[in-house]
Design a protein around this ligand. Structure first.
Ligand code: PGA
Length: 246
């Protein structure tokens, strides 16, 4: 059975004053050893969080596709490894929409991250217009196909997919359970043999109240959590909800 994975995406939130919160979250994670937990703070906190929370998997929220070069303001995958980071979120919808990242950009970043030895959380998800037009599954599978590197199956143990309907992110709305199950099954099938090992997470307004109902749906291996990952009070119940009860 695939282990549940709960990933917190702090987005552009957090300063060193929040490292105590991260330490508390790491403590909660250790107490549920059947669940894997990761936190993705802003670049500025990576090294500090790696040192403050040695038992926690710490990750970034983006990387450049080149290993180094004249790319002012960017951070490469080998630089993330240098901080002690173990994973990186790539293709988050906020980067796709606000920073105009295409699936080709996302694919190049995934290749760079995999080559550097990082675990990749590849985000895909439809806008509300596609869902309402009945095109959500086709759209998301197209995004998956165009965002994954061609040799992804050789890196299956480093890859994780996060299905995040864009209209559910930060809105308090979550997808219907039937729609989540349908999408996750379609994603898993599209991954082929590698789908047996690649975790597929759900993201978008996951919180303490809805986490248990979402993370135990068929083909859901955990959650990518934004707002509710910023404090122990909100994040610990989500980690606890992922514990298998069988
Ligand atoms: P949210 O964000 O949980 O605040 O909706 C999820 C995400 O953007 O990954």
């Amino acid at each position: 059975m695939r282990r549940k994975l709960i990933v917190g995406n702090w987005k552009m939130h957090g300063s060193r004053a929040m490292l105590d919160e991260a330490r508390s979250i790491a403590g909660a994670a250790v107490s549920h050893d059947s669940v894997d937990v990761a936190l993705c703070p802003p670049f500025t906190l990576l090294s500090a969080m790696v040192h403050a929370c040695p038992t926690l998997a710490v990750g970034a929220q983006d990387c450049h596709s080149a290993p180094q070069g004249a790319f002012t303001g960017s951070v490469s995958a080998p630089m993330l490894v240098d901080t002690g980071a173990a994973l990186v979120i790539i293709g988050h919808s906020e980067r796709r929409s606000l920073c105009r990242e295409t699936s080709a950009d996302v694919r190049a970043k995934c290749s760079a991250a995999l080559a550097a030895g990082l675990r990749v959380i590849l985000c895909i998800g439809e806008e509300l217009s596609e869902r309402e037009a009945g095109r959500a599954v086709d759209f998301v599978l197209g995004q998956l196909r165009d965002s994954l590197p061609p040799d992804f199956a050789a890196h299956a143990d480093q890859i994780c997919i996060a299905y995040e309907p864009v209209w559910a992110i930060g809105t308090g709305r979550t997808a219907q359970p039937d729609d989540i199950v349908e999408m996750h099954a379609a994603i898993r099938a599209a991954l082929g043999d590698a789908g047996a090992t690649i975790p597929v997470l759900y993201g978008g307004s996951v919180n303490a109240e809805n986490a248990a109902d979402i993370v135990h749906l068929d083909n859901v291996d955990g959650a990518l959590v934004g707002g509710a990952s910023l404090t122990l009070e909100k994040f610990a119940p989500i980690i606890a909800a992922a514990v298998q009860v069988d």
